[in-house]
Design a protein. Structure first.
Ligand SMILES: NC(=O)c1ccc[n+]([C@@H]2O[C@H](COP(=O)([O-])OP(=O)(O)OC[C@H]3O[C@@H](n4cnc5c(N)ncnc54)[C@H](O)[C@@H]3O)[C@@H](O)[C@H]2O)c1
Length: 259
């Protein structure tokens, strides 16, 4: 296959793949030649709409340790290998620190951090034994430059960043690479539940150098790169795909600022 980031013959698990960025990752993996991609999510109805050569679906709550073990055992029984894990499932919450309910904070940490941890823990023994494998964890631009009203989310994505860097240290000597992707402002049901038109969304991105929001496919291509041999020396790499959102800040009114 003549793809710059070929995944020819690879077997992958993508979490949070019923919609949004995860679905775009699964599609892009197939476009890159992956042999089989397992789309894991909790959304039954959305999963039921996914079909195509090389794609299968599974109901998985990333917070459930036993469900992870079952998925890994089934995948190994059916395909003999797990080459790629994209830990993409996540939830978002808003609120001032003084107002966030502790149970909501715990739930966010459970999905975004514990879910990522459990996914890695489930595939590591197999990847270590195989002496190869790639894990791509979805963090966020919020883990580079947090903003007001998303403190719990930013904290969870900083944790994903830390977990991933430590994993890169532990697993690099075993031939397993661990990297993170840091999206910013992607048009998905998470950030645009009312499905507002892209041009309306873009109006809120005047502070971003690219002057627009992002499409899920633009994140997916970065994940495919990190999952492929094209990134063979990337380990502990933090790939920021945010149109420059976290590069710096504009001083409105000064030359060079679009605002
Ligand atoms: N959209 C953005 O602007 C943006 C920016 C930075 C980071 N991210 C991250 O990208 C990832 C994907 O987000 P998205 O924008 O596609 O959102 P989304 O809400 O459209 O998709 C997230 C998916 O994760 C699934 N999910 C949630 N909890 C789960 C659980 N316990 N077990 C299994 N699956 C679960 C959801 O059902 C959903 O299908 C998330 O980790 C998110 O935090 C998104």
């Amino acid at each position: 296959m003549n793809h710059p980031h070929s995944l020819e013959g690879r077997v992958a698990i993508v979490t949070g793949a019923a919609r949004g960025i995860g679905l775009a990752i699964a599609d892009d993996f197939i476009k890159a030649g992956a042999k089989h991609v397992i789309c894991a999510d909790i959304l039954k109805e959305e999963l039921a709409c996914i079909s195509g050569p090389g794609l299968s679906t599974v109901e998985l709550d990333v917070c459930e340790e036993k469900a992870w073990q079952a998925l890994v055992e089934k995948t190994l029984a059916e395909h003999g290998v797990i080459d790629i894990l994209a830990n993409n499932a996540g939830i978002l919450s808003f609120g001032l620190i003084e107002d966030i309910k502790p149970d909501d904070f715990r739930r966010l940490m459970d999905v975004n951090v514990t879910g990522t941890f459990l996914g890695m823990q489930a595939v590591i023994p197999h990847m270590k034994a195989a002496g190869k494998g790639v894990i791509v964890n979805t963090s966020s631009a919020s883990a580079m430059m947090p903003s007001n009203f998303v403190s719990a989310y930013a904290a969870s994505k900083f944790a994903v960043r830390g977990l991933s860097r430590a994993a890169a240290l532990e697993l690099g000597p075993h031939g397993v690479r661990v990297n993170t992707v840091h999206p910013g402002g992607v048009n998905t049901p998470m950030t645009n539940p009312g499905n507002a038109p892209q041009e309306d969304i873009d109006k809120g991105f005047g502070f971003v150098p690219m002057q627009r929001g992002c499409q899920p496919e633009e994140i997916a291509r970065g994940v495919t790169y990190l999952a492929s041999d094209a990134s063979s020396y990337c380990n502990g790499t933090e790939l920021v795909i945010d149109g420059g959102m976290t590069t710096g800040v504009y001083f409105p009114g000064l030359p060079g600022s679009p605002m």
